[in-house]
Design a protein around this ligand. Structure first.
Ligand code: SAH
Ligand code: SF4
Ligand code: F3S
Length: 469
């Protein structure tokens, strides 16, 4: 059986010591050195970037969004689709200009994309401006790697294959003050046939409940009001720990923390979503009635070749069970269009499923071939144009349904969490309903971080509009 690999806390303390050494090196200059962290991909990557910023802050860096100003640029990459990789490579290439203008600038590229051997190789051969490359498994020792770059003046590549580890105690510098990410597990064991994530993120490994609870308590004490539990498949939380705590139990433990806050989570895999989970969500008053349950396709043959381990009927049954416990449940999904060999008829099954479930929102993707995955070598006779046509049609259906569902809110009262400013005059504040739908409001920015009851006055595909009492 797979042995869970934990990084001893003394090794993280060593990293923090190295942060202080770097502090001495870089803070010799008169002006405070600045760092820019550019993040692509999913919330897990956002959460990883908060750790990178945590370390950088300990090294004494300030932060900037301007790559010309930055003394170090860290690009945290995604590999899930070709488009994401192209954007990363384009933007790393553009750093040629910034490095020319500022020759001492350090450029680091990390994250999922570089964990693929061919990509690390590409950066090594074709992007000489890149000083440091490290995969997700090496993030915990980023200070040590950067220290080597700074003191030995050579390029460092740390992308060895690994099943991954769990490292507690890495400092975090969070982005917001109202909403927070909380990783509860890392990696993925599902090997959906199209997906690169299990290859770059390693095996599933859960953090211990006590470590998660400690972090959650800290977040509540610091005033965070909206906590999203993160994992590629949160429903398999705890399976590797063998301590009898599953994901539903974890939600209940977090719900028991005193305070006024919301618990959200993503992502759930339909193959492991249980009635116990839905019942727990309904019973825990802090758990948002929001479920992101990626279906990927509405056709049984496609689901089978995708290696998803459920079928259309089982998925529909799950949604029905979830709604039985939470009639007001907001449901969202991910769908892939144009999986190798997907026919017109098979695509129609996806459309009919979407019409049946009526998702509040959907994330739709055209299949992207990922080197090394089983789907990459499956016959794929349909053209990009065929796939685009299907994609456009699905988007149209998804947008229509979202618009219709948002219109149903008009006239209702919703308890929302005000979470930020929009930068626009008319509706200057943004908020989220319990189910996670976006609401635009007018009001005083001092209300950010507060729950308020608002009346919904309008809604379209993208958002709701509301008025405060
Ligand atoms: N672990 C999550 C998803 C992570 S990736 C889950 O299983 O639900 C986010 C989404 O990207 C997936 O749900 C899928 O719809 C999409 N995706 C993953 N690999 C893809 C590929 N090769 N081409 C197109 N879309 C892909
Ligand atoms: Fe990818 Fe499937 Fe794992 Fe999600 S569950 S990350 S789609 S392999
Ligand atoms: Fe991308 Fe890695 Fe997330 S591949 S979607 S950043 S886990």
């Amino acid at each position: 059986m797979y042995q869970r690999n934990t990084i001893d806390i003394s090794r993280i303390e060593e990293q923090e010591k190295i942060c202080r050494e770097i502090y001495e090196i870089i803070n010799a200059a008169e002006t405070r050195p600045l760092a820019m962290v550019d993040t692509y991909g999913c919330q897990q990557n956002e959460a990883d970037s908060e750790k990178i910023r945590g370390y950088l802050a300990e090294m004494g860096f300030g932060f900037t969004q301007d790559e010309f100003e930055a003394d170090i640029v860290v690009v945290n990459t995604c590999a899930v689709r070709e488009h994401a990789e192209m954007r990363v490579l384009g933007n790393v290439g553009a750093l040629n200009h910034t490095k020319k203008a500022k020759p001492g600038q350090i450029i680091a590229v990390c994250g999922c994309m570089v964990q693929q051997e061919h990509m690390a190789q590409k950066l090594k051969m074709s992007y000489p401006i890149v000083d440091l490359v490290f995969g997700p498994h090496e993030l915990w020792r980023f200070p040590e790697l950067l220290h080597e770059v700074l003191t030995k003046h050579k390029r460092i590549f740390a992308t060895a294959k690994s099943d991954g580890s769990v490292a507690e105690g890495i400092p975090l510098k969070r982005d917001g003050t109202v909403k927070a990410w909380l990783s509860i597990m890392y990696g993925c064991n599902n090997f959906c046939s199209y997906c690169i994530v299990p290859y770059v993120r390693g095996r599933e490994r859960s953090r211990l409940p006590e470590d998660i609870l400690k972090e959650a308590r800290g977040l509540v004490e610091a005033g965070y009001k909206d906590i999203t539990l993160l994992g590629q498949n949160v429903n398999s939380y705890g399976k590797d720990l063998d301590i009898g705590t599953d994901f539903a139990d974890l939600i209940r433990m977090i719900n028991d923390i005193p305070g006024d806050f919301l618990i959200r989570f993503m992502t759930s895999h339909p193959k492991d979503a249980t009635e116990k989970l839905f019942k727990t969500m309904a019973e825990c008053e802090k758990c948002a009635h929001q479920l992101h349950l990626p279906v990927q396709s509405g056709n049984d043959r496609i689901l089978k070749v995708m290696n998803r381990h459920y079928n259309r009927a089982k998925y529909i049954e799950q949604i029905e069970t979830a709604k039985k416990y939470m009639p007001d449940l907001v449901i969202t999904t991910d769908i892939i269009v144009g999986f190798p060999g997907e026919t017109d008829e098979e695509f129609e099954d996806t459309i009919s499923l979407v019409e049946k479930i009526r998702y509040d929102a959907m994330f739709t993707f055209i299949y992207s071939k990922r080197v090394g995955t089983p789907a990459a070598v499956m016959p794929d006779p349909y053209t990009r144009e065929d796939k685009q046509k299907h994609f456009d049609r699905l988007t149209e259906v998804a947008n229509r349904i979202s618009g219709e569902k948002h219109k149903e809110y008009i006239g209702s009262e919703q308890k929302v969490l005000i979470d930020g400013e929009t930068g626009r005059d008319e509706y200057n504040l943004s908020a989220r309903t319990n189910g996670g739908r976006l609401v635009h409001l007018k009001g005083d920015p001092s209300l950010i971080g507060q729950f308020k009851t608002v009346k919904i006055t309008d809604g379209n595909t993208w958002a709701l509009y509301g008025e405060m009492e």
